[in-house]
Ligand binder design. Structure first.
Ligand SMILES: NC(=O)c1ccc[n+]([C@@H]2O[C@H](COP(=O)([O-])OP(=O)(O)OC[C@H]3O[C@@H](n4cnc5c(N)ncnc54)[C@H](O)[C@@H]3O)[C@@H](O)[C@H]2O)c1
Length: 342
């Protein structure tokens, strides 16, 4: 029986991943979808057999009985929509980043607390098989002390990508290469290594006509003493080259790379563990940088709603990478080291 009924707001590019994933989950279905451009909602409704379509999400919330709503609109409006969803006592699933400011992220978290609904932030890369193995290795203490963690996101985004919609490349609705494209990677650094003490960054906009940065480098000091580095560019010629994380510890070194943390490139530990047998089976080969993770992520959401699991990424966990990135933006603006919490 399909006991979890969902709605979806924002029928653009990423919504396809949600529609496809929910189709594959036995006990869940999307029963209504909404887009301010009616044709987009109609297209998805026809393709995925969705019963009801809306142009105004408030009407959808008033008229349709749903357990949860997926928000896949431009990032800057996730919180306002999420707060309206929460006020209807409906669980909120928001695409990443959950907001473009901490103030709005906090308002969304409090609205979900107040209305006693779950807040899920989509961070599907945590569920990539190579990343799960890496997380297990950390949880089992296989690295010993962690010395450093670094992320590289060397992708390419042509000007046409930013010109596709007015919200792209703006501070208010999108954020730059750190907040949009690299936000999963910042999330992994925090999730794998732990709380951040301070950051520094330099960013610039070198190859595109946009408000936000198209490249940036940053340094992190973690509270446990580890150091982190961040190297992000949307200007890689001629195509996406690498999306990786490297962790160096006292007794181990791991690099998960490929174009989107989908391939184990280095797996070295002093001590053997049975997990080592799975390392070369763990590669996935996604067709795009979004990967396959939406299915796993949404399965977890449905399990949480059925009382069978703990959330893979809740609102407070989703907020961490936002805070680190906003601290980097502050550093890039002031030229100073920025201490956390902000
Ligand atoms: N998890 C991931 O890896 C991943 C990947 C890509 C995008 N995203 C995120 O998904 C979100 C959407 O990205 P996209 O690439 O699909 O963008 P998009 O521009 O293709 O789609 C956004 C859609 O929202 C609609 N919309 C705007 N305001 C609305 C409103 N008030 N009510 C209803 N619909 C509204 C637009 O008409 C558009 O169809 C962004 O926050 C982005 O960061 C996440």
């Amino acid at each position: 029986m399909k006991n979890i009924k969902l709605g979806l707001i924002g029928c653009g590019r990423i919504s396809t991943k949600h529609f496809e994933a929910i189709e594959k989950i036995e006990n869940a279905e999307i029963i209504a979808c909404c887009d301010i451009i009616k044709q987009k909602a109609e297209e998805k409704a026809n393709q995925f057999n969705i019963k009801e379509i809306y142009e105004n999400y408030k009407e959808m919330l008033d008229n349709v009985k749903m357990d949860a709503v997926i928000i896949a609109t431009p990032s800057g409006i996730h919180p306002d929509i999420g707060i309206d969803v929460a006020k209807k006592k409906i669980n909120v699933i928001t695409e990443k980043p959950m907001a473009t400011s901490l103030d709005k992220a906090d308002k969304l978290i409090y609205a979900c607390d107040e209305n006693k609904v779950n807040l899920f932030v989509v961070k599907q890369n945590r569920l990539n098989p190579p990343i799960r193995l890496l997380k297990n290795a950390i949880d089992k203490g296989r690295f010993g002390r962690i010395y450093s963690g670094s992320i590289i996101v060397h992708w390419t985004r042509p000007q046409a990508y930013y010109d596709m919609a007015d919200w792209r490349g703006t501070w208010e609705f999108d954020g730059g290469a750190f907040l949009n494209q690299a936000s999963h990677y910042f999330d992994l650094l925090y999730w794998l290594i732990g709380p951040v003490e301070s950051v520094m960054a330099i960013t610039n906009t070198i190859a595109h006509t946009i408000e936000v940065e198209d490249q940036g480098v940053g340094i992190i000091k973690f509270r446990n003493g580890a150091l982190g580095s961040v190297d992000v560019s949307m200007n890689t010629y001629p195509k996406n080259l690498e999306g990786s994380i490297t962790i160096i510890g006292e007794k181990g070194t791991v690099k998960v790379g490929g174009i989107a943390v989908n391939k184990i490139e280095v797996w070295e530990f002093k001590d053997y563990n049975d997990d080592d047998k799975y390392v070369f089976e763990a590669d996935t080969n996604p067709l795009d940088v979004y990967g396959f993770g939406h299915l796993g992520y949404l399965k977890n959401v449905i399990d949480v709603l059925n009382g069978k699991a703990k959330a893979s990424t809740d609102g407070r966990s989703g907020r961490k990478s936002l805070e680190i990135i906003l601290a980097m933006y502050r550093s890039a603006k002031t030229g100073k080291i920025v201490n956390l919490p902000l």
